[in-house]
Design a protein around this ligand. Structure first.
Ligand code: GDP
Ligand code: IMO
Ligand code: MG
Length: 454
């Protein structure tokens, strides 16, 4: 069977930790979208692994697959594999021949366009994600399979590179270097192709995964980013360029929708909100310069809110895994979660970070929005409309900081009562049961209510 792990908010909900938690029962862990814009953290026995591209199952020695829906930077991939090997792991990673390759000009153009876009910039990770998906849709991309076929690689580069060079130089008035040099790219990427072939890493993803399922194995599908960063269902244009939602798991792997739908789809929820990047955020607390729209650091938002935001940011370690940027924080946004529950069809929820909120007198949630004088319970379709929404808050009594490791051992009933009230509210509103509750970053710091593979 399959278990699909999906971020229900704006990324960094703790997906890596949940993949690791449930990964024990999985034989294969596959990513279905995104690339090295992701930063997934796995903490095991006090050791922290930060993974951008290699699926989080690698920490447990599972076979990792980068599906056809991913965009793959081979340099990052091999660096990450080599680093994991140096740390004593033996990652077994396969890459879909249909996956697209991030080339150096994609990265360069990501940076150039972000500068140019000003207010429309999403605050990307500058990993070349958007430009690579653009070329995929424009049918001028280079795929992993092409790296193993030097003639095709050369042909693709000869067509596309002059266009990219002209774009950078003539439209954006930038100087270009070896990132736009056909010979250099051909030599470098042909060598990546040789290494992929030598290590027998490429697969026909759908067939590879279906064969494993037919043999009775368990497959986990690891989403990156989150529902509100989805190019179709997120806060466009402040989104990523792929589909983190559960539908992406079928398109991005080649497994049929009925296969994914027969399994479980688990929504990962952070108990509050964090956001790295720009765009509106109705339940935001305080602000972060260069990310919060119209934010002036000298004026601040409101002293109490800023203090609370700093507290949550520091307690939760809310600084980007990939870029180190401070993340924007806010209260839980229920309309955003209702939208996610519908778009993904969650069969269960893992709610993380309830430990981070402990010690507060009151915990709030944005229960609904006031939008043009009306109460609304889900996200409106345009981001401009979303920016006009004002959250209507509901307050919960806070819960104390306790020995969370002991709580994880004792089970759900050991969670402080007020925190359980909060969890049950989320579960009721989303009409999905709680499968796990994160009470700390480590594998052992999770209250497991349900194991989806059992
Ligand atoms: P991902 O991108 O969804 O995999 O999440 P990240 O790894 O970017 O960010 C989540 C961060 O929170 C990581 O540092 C995790 O180790 C940490 N984390 C995950 N679950 C919990 C939790 O329940 N409590 C606390 N305090 N930290 C958590
Ligand atoms: P994980 O998998 C949080 C955000 C960026 C930016 C927007 C587009 O760790 O949850 P991109 O580089 O993808 O073109 O950037 O999406 N973003 C993420 N935010 N977690 C992530 O991944 C993210 N990946 C991209 O900050 O606003
Ligand atoms: Mg992350």
């Amino acid at each position: 069977m399959t278990v699909t792990i999906v971020g229900s908010q704006l990324g960094d909900e703790g997906k890596g930790g949940v993949v690791d938690l449930y990964g024990d029962a999985a034989d294969v862990v596959a990513r279905y979208q995104g690339g090295d814009n992701a930063g997934h953290t796995v903490v095991h026995d006090g050791t922290k692994y930060k993974l951008s591209l290699v699926p989080s199952g690698a920490v447990r020695g599972k076979v990792g697959v980068l599906g056809n829906g991913c965009v793959v930077n081979p340099e990052t991939l091999f660096d990450e594999i080599d680093t994991l090997r140096e740390r004593g792991l033996e990652p077994d990673v396969r890459v879909a021949e249909r996956a697209h390759v991030i080339l150096p000009y994609h990265r360069a153009l990501d940076g150039i366009e972000e500068e140019e876009k000003e207010d429309l910039a999403a605050g990307t990770t500058k990993r070349g994600i958007g430009p690579t998906y653009e070329d995929k849709a424009g049918r001028r991309g280079v795929r992993i399979g092409d790296l193993l076929d030097p003639d095709t690689l050369r042909e693709r580069l000869e067509y596309v590179v002059p266009q990219k060079k002209a774009l950078a130089e003539e439209v954006f008035d930038k100087e270009t270097g070896e990132a736009f040099d056909i010979d250099h790219l051909y030599e470098t990427y042909r060598e990546y192709g040789e290494r992929l072939a030598e290590e027998d890493m490429t697969v026909d993803c759908g067939t590879f995964l279906q064969d494993r399922i037919d043999a009775g194995e368990n497959v986990m599908l690891e989403g990156a980013q989150g529902t509100s960063l989805d190019i179709d269902h997120g806060v466009y244009p402040y989104v990523t360029s792929s589909n983190p939602t559960a539908g992406g798991a079928t398109v991005g792997t080649g497994l049929g929708p009925t296969v994914i739908g027969d399994g479980e789809v688990i929504g990962i929820v952070k108990a509050y909100l964090s956001r790295v990047g720009t765009g509106p955020l109705p339940t935001e607390l305080g602000g972060v310069e260069d990310q919060t729209p119209d934010y002036d650091a000298d004026e601040g938002a409101n002293a109490d809110e800023e203090e609370l935001a700093t507290y949550i940011r520091d307690e939760g370690g809310e600084y980007g895994t990939v870029t180190g940027r401070p993340r924007r924080v806010g209260w839980l946004d229920m309309p955003m979660l209702r939208h996610a529950a519908r778009a993904n069809g969650f069969t269960g929820l893992a709610v993380n970070h309830i430990d981070v909120l402990s010690g507060l007198d009151t915990v709030k949630v944005g229960h609904s929005y006031e939008f043009d004088g009306e109460e609304t319970f889900t996200m409106p379709p345009t981001t401009e409309q979303w920016g006009r929404c004002e959250a209507t808050f509901k307050s919960f009594d806070g819960w104390p900081a306790v020995d969370w490791a002991a709580v994880a051992e004792d089970g759900y009933e050991a969670i402080p009562e007020n925190a359980r009230t909060y969890l049950e509210y989320i579960s009721d509103e989303l009409d999905a049961p709680i499968y796990a509750v994160g009470v700390g970053p480590g594998r052992e710091e999770t209250v497991v209510v349900e194991n989806p593979y059992e």
